[in-house]
Ligand binder design. Structure first.
Ligand code: PLP
Length: 390
């Protein structure tokens, strides 16, 4: 089976990991600190805070911005469940805004309308909007930033798909238009640390707060303590934190992978360009890129035409799987999950997301994909769509 995505581990990566295993420090040492520094430098942001997953990073990002019971966050329903779950962990309410029909990211127009409507009817406004850069294509951050100033909410970018991508010529994650950006280093993402995540920010206080939250709420810095130290052993727990730390083994892998970030994104763009060209005659909608965006191309998502009869989507999936093409669907709208539907969300409120869900297919794309593999995906997909195999 040709998978929809997979990691690339080199001998250098393996050597870097082995070196840590042979060293005295395997949990907290200089690798985690170096990884934070190198990512921050690469992206062009002041602070980077590692975590053991993007989910943990999203959680401490929400807590860092003060999200708690009675607050709400708004986000796109076309995302991984973790984007919404992190707010529920904080006791907050989650509301969804429908997606844009061309980029499949949160629709800025719908967001603006919903904000006005809530303001007019005295309904709660969001404390945080989480902008998810689906497949690596940035959301319209300038517009979201403008709305955040007008309506007084904070912005987190869920850039789990988007490290190495650019918005308006600059790396996603520089937080020019947001308070915090979160990356994931899960093996299917652009670079990997096995499990792992990271939050970036330009706010020093926020970075320090997130660092405390990821390590039990404990501080060891005298300046941050509330009492006089009892002795050299002294530390203080100043808030309720978690054990969300990335370890040295993960960070060593991340440091080694980070060196190939641009290369990976270039290859992904080349693969996407070949798909664009070769699939252009098919009755499908190809992914559109806004001109001010350089996507990391984490996913290559095509949509079957609106006129596709019901049932055919699933049939095409089955046929592709039977032919060894591991297509996938990103994502089942979060409000459709049993946990969320119990909370009262109605799919009628999200027509664009529903239409997307009924037609989307993620084709395989990953940096080690060979020409032969891509040719196979293209020829099988064409055959299934054209040759009435369906
Ligand atoms: C992968 C992903 C996450 C969660 O990442 P983990 O590192 O696995 O916790 C969150 N949001 C989005 C959009 C993702 O794709």
């Amino acid at each position: 089976m040709i998978p929809y995505g997979k990691q690339h581990i080199t001998n250098d990566d393996i050597e870097a990991v082995i070196e840590v295993l042979r060293s005295p420090l395997i949990t907290q040492g200089h690798h985690t600190v170096d990884f934070e520094k190198d990512v921050a430098k690469k992206i062009g942001v002041e602070w980077a805070v590692t975590a053991n997953s993007a989910t943990s990073a999203l959680h401490i990002a929400c807590l860092g911005l003060g999200l708690s019971t009675g607050d709400s966050i708004w986000t796109s329903p076309i995302t991984f469940v973790a984007t919404a779950n992190c707010a529920i962990y904080c006791g907050a309410h989650v509301d969804f805004v429908d997606i844009d029909p061309t980029t499949y990211n949160i629709c800025v127009k719908s967001l603006e309308e919903k904000l006005f409507q809530h303001q007019k009817q005295n309904l709660p406004l969001p404390k945080i909007v989480i902008a998810v850069h689906l497949s690596g294509q940035s959301c319209e951050m300038r517009a979201i930033k403008r709305l955040s100033t007008k309506f007084g909410f904070r912005v987190i970018e869920d850039a789990s798909h988007a490290i190495g991508g650019k918005y308006n010529g600059e790396y996603i994650g520089n937080c020019k238009y947001s308070d915090i950006t979160v990356f994931s280093f899960h093996p299917v993402k652009i670079i990997t640390t096995a499990e792992g995540g990271l939050a970036t920010t330009n706010d020093k206080k926020l970075a320090e707060k997130m660092k405390t939250l990821r390590s039990h709420g404990i501080v060891r810095d005298i300046d941050k303590m509330t009492r006089e130290p009892h002795g050299p052993w002294y530390y203080e727990q100043v808030c309720l934190g978690y054990n969300y730390r990335m370890n040295e083994i993960q960070a060593a892998l991340g440091l080694s992978q980070l060196k190939r970030l641009d290369k990976y994104v270039t290859i992904r763009n080349e693969l996407a360009n070949i798909y664009d060209k070769e699939l252009s005659g098919l009755p499908i909608v190809l992914p559109k890129q806004n001109p001010d965006i350089y996507s990391s191309r984490h996913l290559y998502i095509v949509l079957l035409e609106d006129s596709t009869p019901p049932g055919k989507h699933s049939l095409i999936f089955n046929q592709l799987h039977q032919s060894g093409i591991g297509v996938n669907l990103h994502y089942i709208p979060v409000y459709r999950q049993p946990y969320y539907s119990r909370l009262g969300y109605k799919k009628e409120n999200y027509p664009i997301s529903e239409n997307y869900y009924n037609h989307a297919i993620s084709l395989p794309i990953y940096p080690t994909m060979s020409m032969e593999e891509q040719e196979k995906v293209i020829s099988v997909f064409m055959k299934i769509l054209n040759d009435k195999m369906v």
